[in-house]
Design a protein around this ligand. Structure first.
Ligand SMILES: *Cc1c(COP(=O)(O)O)cnc(C)c1O
Length: 380
């Protein structure tokens, strides 16, 4: 018999306040410094953060921008895709990944995901490629890398670009068969990430970045993010205005120093969930891809034979928040269902939307709080 602790309040999906308090003196000092210097746009912290993130990830170039959605848009603009070009994108992802494709007049082509890893189903990619296919956007969903070995092989064979959406996977490490390993975001043509507060490396507002190992692409990305100008007031190409604030860069420099420890803390929480739920057949623990480490932006279960929404309601009654990432696949969204797709090929995305549930996971989770959550889930 498991002894249940009494009711608990204040359980959060993500404890940003607790994390802030753990590094408050450094953060407050960094913010004060930016305020005193007054260089809120293009202050030196931005360039320093870019350098430090390049060192951390192993990417040759890091270019910061305003958010993760902009990063995706700028990536596709830098690849100079033309209206009507096709871009393959998972149907089971956050909307931003598909949105930027449509926004640029490109055509999203939806691919299914693997029901165990939730990541792109590589075996399906090849049949979706035709002469108009110019790029594919794998999403390292919930914090685990896609099968990049398989994906890069297909992309190479057909000469298409790979833009890795690393918004949820920063810091995850992927091992290739030849023994080399690379971080999420640094394996494709371009990688993108988000510093939205609840992401693994989150700032206190919006932020994003692009990664590339290609010198020419890096220059082009920088130009596009800065109104297409190489020098001030001379515009070579059509660009956008997408900058990371100096304040956010200063905050991110502090938090980057803790990212490994944050990933470890998230893994510890995930292991405790795994161990507690593995023998309950109503819950399918998230599968680990042996070729990737996991940074657990989300801990996402699949329910088996029980009603997911009833479980959520019950958890809520017990003050336990949960989330569904995501309740509707992209190809069934009103904004995107007009794009050609084959429902038969997207069955996993459809049923996952009904079966997934994400549990609280963050860097400040106390063992006691988690015991309470687990106790309630088992008692459902
Ligand atoms: C958060 C997220 C984005 C968008 O990032 P923003 O900074 O919110 O624009 C893109 N893709 C995925 C998979 C995400 O989780």
């Amino acid at each position: 018999m498991i002894k249940l602790p009494g009711a608990m309040n204040n359980i959060q999906m993500v404890d940003l306040d607790g994390q802030y308090r753990s590094i408050q003196p450094q953060i407050d000092q960094a913010i004060a410094k930016v305020l005193q210097e007054g260089r809120f746009i293009k202050g030196e912290e931005v360039g320093l953060f870019e350098q430090e993130l390049a060192e951390y990830t192993g990417a040759k170039h890091v270019i910061a921008c305003a958010n993760g959605t902009d990063a995706l848009q700028i990536a596709l603009m830098a690849l100079q895709l033309q209206p009507g070009d096709e871009v393959i994108v998972p149907a089971f992802t956050y909307v931003a990944t598909g949105e930027v494709i449509a926004l640029l007049g490109l055509v999203p082509v939806f691919v299914d995901v693997n029901p165990d890893t939730f990541n792109i189903e590589i075996s399906q990619v090849e049949q979706l490629i035709n002469s108009r296919t110019k790029a594919i956007i794998p999403v390292h969903l919930y914090g685990q890398c896609c099968d990049m070995e398989g994906l890069l092989a297909v992309a190479d064979k057909f000469g298409i670009h790979v833009v890795e959406d690393t918004a949820q996977g920063i810091g995850a490490l992927y091992s290739f068969n030849n023994g080399s390993s690379k971080q999420a975001g640094t394996m494709g043509t371009i990688g993108t990430t988000s510093f939205f507060p609840s992401k693994n490396l989150g700032c206190y507002g919006d932020g994003g970045a692009l990664f590339t190992n290609d010198d020419d692409l890096a220059l082009r990305i920088r130009m596009i993010g800065n109104h297409g100008q190489a020098r001030q007031y001379y515009h070579e190409i059509v660009g956008v205005n997408s900058r990371l604030d100096t304040l956010q860069a200063a905050i991110l420099r502090i938090k980057l120093r803790h990212l490994n420890e944050y990933s470890k803390a998230r893994n510890l929480v995930a292991e405790r969930y795994d161990a507690a739920l593995v023998n309950d057949e109503r819950y399918n623990n998230p599968a680990r891809d042996p070729k990737s480490t996991h940074v657990f932006n989300q801990y996402t279960l699949r329910v088996n034979g029980i009603n997911r929404d009833q479980l959520r309601e019950y958890l809520k009654e017990n003050n336990i928040p949960s989330m569904v990432y995501y309740p509707l696949p992209l190809h069934q969204q009103n904004a995107y269902n007009r794009y050609n797709h084959n429902d038969q090929l997207l069955q996993n995305s459809i049923f996952l939307c009904k079966e997934v549930i994400s549990l609280p996971i963050h860097t400040e989770m106390k063992a006691k709080t988690q015991e309470y959550i687990i106790g309630k889930i088992l008692a459902f």
